[in-house]
Design a protein around this ligand. Structure first.
Ligand code: FES
Ligand code: FES
Length: 153
């Protein structure tokens, strides 16, 4: 075991874990940040998506030893009051069904709009197609990303 100092949602936190522990399990089991979900564990579904220095990253395959001083943002840290433009759009469009995949979807969409505030339909499709939704909310997800783009400055 080793002690890792991590920058999570604007705070420095510590976790005493094995170096190969995926960031996902550090977040969920050691830090109580359970908004980030486990879907496949092999980087195929996107349920575990967080931001690493603003980039959408699959935390299920990222060993804690590789995180270093990178700034990690989870769904809990995306906004103070759940009012990030993507979260607002998600509410307005009423996207979620069971909800399980939605934190990952929102984190992927937020990272897209950060690097490209006015994406084309094709760019939205390409980026969001890596996040799976067993409930099939894909149409509402695409609508909400487009709506969020109108709210993003
Ligand atoms: S749980 Fe990480 S991509 Fe599926
Ligand atoms: S809302 Fe149920 S898996 Fe996406």
């Amino acid at each position: 075991m080793s002690v890792y100092k991590l920058q999570i949602n604007g705070k420095t936190v510590q976790a005493d874990v094995e170096p190969d522990t995926p960031l996902l399990w550090v977040l969920r089991d050691h830090l109580g940040l359970v908004g980030t979900k486990y879907g496949c564990g092999i980087a195929q579904c996107g349920a575990c998506t967080v931001h690493l220095n603003g980039q959408a990253t699959r935390s299920c395959v990222l060993p804690v030893s590789s995180v270093g001083n990178s700034k990690v943002t989870t769904i809990e840290g995306l906004s103070k009051n759940g009012d990030h433009p993507v979260q607002q759009a998600w509410n307005e469009v009423d996207v979620p069904q069971c909800g399980y995949c939605q934190a990952g979807q929102i984190m992927t969409a937020a990272a897209l709009l950060k690097r490209n505030p006015k994406p084309t339909e094709e760019e939205i499709e390409t980026t969001m197609s890596g996040n799976l939704c067993r409930c099939g909310t894909y149409h509402r997800i695409r609508e909400a990303v487009k709506l969020a783009a109108t709210k993003t400055k």
